[in-house]
Design a protein around this ligand. Structure first.
Ligand code: ATP
Length: 600
């Protein structure tokens, strides 16, 4: 059967079966059988792109995350926005009385709503028709157009088929079969070819003959490559042991965005880890790259950071959304994009990933003319290190013993850096490899223990298993003498039982806020410009409970919350049923704590 003429309902049966099946081997066998029987014309791409929607870059983004998708579906179904089903979609994380089991899974909540409105008979769409409509959805420029396409989908599908369309749009099918297995069942060389091209269409087309092995392909300028990754180790001793006898370079682990710069004459691409082309960097960086990369064709691997030229140091990188916005709008006059290239993958007409890291560093020195605060290279005894006034290596150096690694790691902790990366200088650069050629060490969390006792002031509903129940907390500090609080969100750290017990105790005091979330009770202070609102507030601080939280040692200045700092990666250490609510930390003590841990 020709792939494009295969009914989408056949794929839906495959998806339903795969999701229910327990045995990985059976899931794989079923997928292989589907390819054999329903893609007999060897046109695999139209089907495989629906199975691996997160890897498909042929279609632009749909611009539909759950919240927008909810509104678009409500409009497409012609429902009133305050009807029970509309609220069910909008509050999909929470679920309602009937949605309980599905809460936290948008596609399932949507199916429940759709089942009441769609027939059970298959709409009969073919794979081609589904792809054509998805193309239209991605190409539509505003929500009204998207709603129109969704409405066509709804007319031509039943609720089961629509469920899978929604999962495809959200780019996560939750099939319980890995991308690796899917690639493997399709063709033994598919994963390798994808890793060096990040192009699913090309992979499907080049490997049409599934019995014919494909010669290992090297990387090319203009095609994103899946990055070499680092394996986490616990301490310097473990890193040193793992790279025993090797020549080792130790580098600062910068906290920015992993970006591959592909230069091909005047054509420049900035590929992220998910192989998205971030053309928004072009405005600020293209000219600098043209002038300071001294070859016509090359691929640099590195980290995009923000440099503060007035303070002469790295600035906080910020959240992805802030970055995207700043990249679009340009940074302010003092802050500028800085690319720190720590590797080179292609140079002139050849890939250099098979050369050793030591050799690649030498090429990097030749190819890039560093420009302070805009384009730097990370190589031992040069590049960024030339900024270090003491003469000591400050960003990267060749280590001779474990003590040097340990000392450098301690320094990065003192400087509030992300950590360090330890690399085998004799190693090749391998796409998508995390086998231990690069090792990363990150600071431990500080045991703030009793010093960071915060009060629960609100809760957020969870998703998945925790759908419909509070799973994360908004916590606050006291502002003495009045009980105003400055909030921060914490989630992980408690066992299921501990979380259940805590939520049960607090449940009577949770005050719900339906969409749109309203102002908090007056004794809580949140910044006005922040959209951060929990799903429930604890309706009086006296009824609440203290949590001891631990957090990443570093703090960032917070724009989202009212407190002057916000902790990174906070985790709940213990529930303090033994403490009274007023024993929680106050803002002033918190600031002192932060400043003393920052050494200011
Ligand atoms: P993490 O959350 O720890 O950054 P990750 O899964 O994003 O992990 P890993 O490959 O495990 O990525 O860790 C290495 C990451 O660290 C790289 O992807 C890169 O973004 C970043 N990085 C910062 N400095 C360096 C460096 N000097 N060498 C390599 N990677 C670096």
């Amino acid at each position: 059967m020709a792939t494009e003429q295969t009914k989408f309902s056949v794929m839906c049966s495959l998806f339903n079966w795969t999701q229910r099946a327990k045995s990985p081997a059976k899931k794989r066998a079923k997928f292989r059988k589907f390819l054999d029987s329903f893609c007999a014309d060897r046109n695999f791409f139209p089907a495989i792109r629906l199975v691996l929607p997160n890897l498909d870059r042929e279609r632009g983004s749909y611009g539909l995350k759950e919240s927008v998708l909810a509104i678009s579906l409500i409009d497409a179904l012609g429902m009133s926005r305050d009807s029970e089903d509309a609220l069910r979609l909008i509050n999909w994380r929470k679920g309602g009385a009937k949605t309980g089991a599905n809460a936290g899974n948008f596609a399932l909540v949507a199916t429940e709503v759709l089942q009441r409105r769609q027939g059970t008979a298959s709409g009969g769409l073919t794979i081609k028709e589904v792809n054509d409509l998805l193309d239209q959805l991605a190409a539509s420029e505003n929500r009204a157009e998207k709603t129109q396409v969704l409405s066509t989908f709804i007319q031509k599908t039943n609720a089961q088929e629509m469920k899978w369309i929604i999962m495809i749009v959200l780019k996560d099918l939750k099939l319980g079969i890995s991308e690796k297995s899917i690639f493997h069942e399709f063709h033994p060389d598919a994963e390798d070819l994808f890793n060096v091209t990040c192009d699913l269409k090309l992979v499907c087309e080049k490997l049409r003959d599934r019995n014919q092995r494909h010669k290992r392909q090297d990387i090319e300028v203009g095609k994103a490559v899946r990055p070499q990754l680092a394996k986490r180790v616990a301490n310097a001793a473990e890193a040193w042991k793992k790279l025993h006898g090797k020549e080792v370079v130790v580098e600062c682990k910068f906290d920015g965005d992993r970006i591959q710069i592909h230069k091909n004459g005047t054509e420049i691409h900035f590929f992220s880890r998910n192989f998205l082309d971030h053309s928004e960097y072009a405005h600020a960086m293209s000219e600098i790259i043209q002038q300071n990369i001294l070859v016509d064709r090359c691929i640099l691997d590195g980290e995009m950071l923000v440099w503060d030229s007035s303070l002469n140091r790295f600035a906080e990188f910020g959240s992805n959304q802030e970055i995207a916005k700043a990249a679009r709008d340009g940074l302010d006059s003092d802050r500028q994009w800085l690319d720190v290239a720590f590797d080179i993958l292609y140079f002139g007409d050849t890939s250099v990933i098979h050369q050793t890291l030591k050799e690649r560093h030498e090429i990097l020195r030749k190819v890039v003319r560093p420009l302070k605060g805009r384009l730097e290279i990370l190589v031992p005894n040069g590049g960024l290190n030339s900024h270090c006034s003491s003469g000591e290596p400050c960003w990267s150096f060749i280590a001779h013993n474990v003590d040097e690694v340990e000392k450098f790691f301690k320094e990065t902790i003192e400087n509030r850096d992300e950590g360090i990366v330890v690399k085998d200088l004799g190693s090749k650069w391998e796409p998508s490899d995390r086998s231990g050629k690069w090792l990363k060490l990150k600071p431990e969390y500080i045991q703030a223990g009793a010093d960071l006792d915060v009060l629960i002031i609100g809760g957020y509903y969870g998703s998945g298993r925790r759908g419909g129940e509070v799973a994360q907390f908004l916590v606050g500090l006291a502002e003495r003498p009045s009980p105003n609080t400055h909030p921060k969100r914490v989630g992980t750290g408690l066992s299921d039982d501990e979380l259940d017990a805590l939520v049960t105790k607090l449940k009577p005091y949770f005050r719900k806020y339906e969409y749109p979330k309203k102002r908090p009770p007056s004794f809580y202070q949140v910044t006005n410009h922040s959209k951060e609102r929990p799903d429930v507030w604890v309706d009086s601080p006296e009824k609440s409970i203290i949590l001891s939280i631990t957090s990443d040692i570093r703090t960032i200045e917070s724009e989202v919350f009212a407190a002057p700092y916000s902790l990174r990666f906070p985790r709940i250490d213990r529930v303090r049923y033994d403490k009274a609510w007023y024993e929680c930390l106050d803002v002033q003590s918190f600031i002192e704590l932060v400043q003393s841990s920052n050494g200011t």
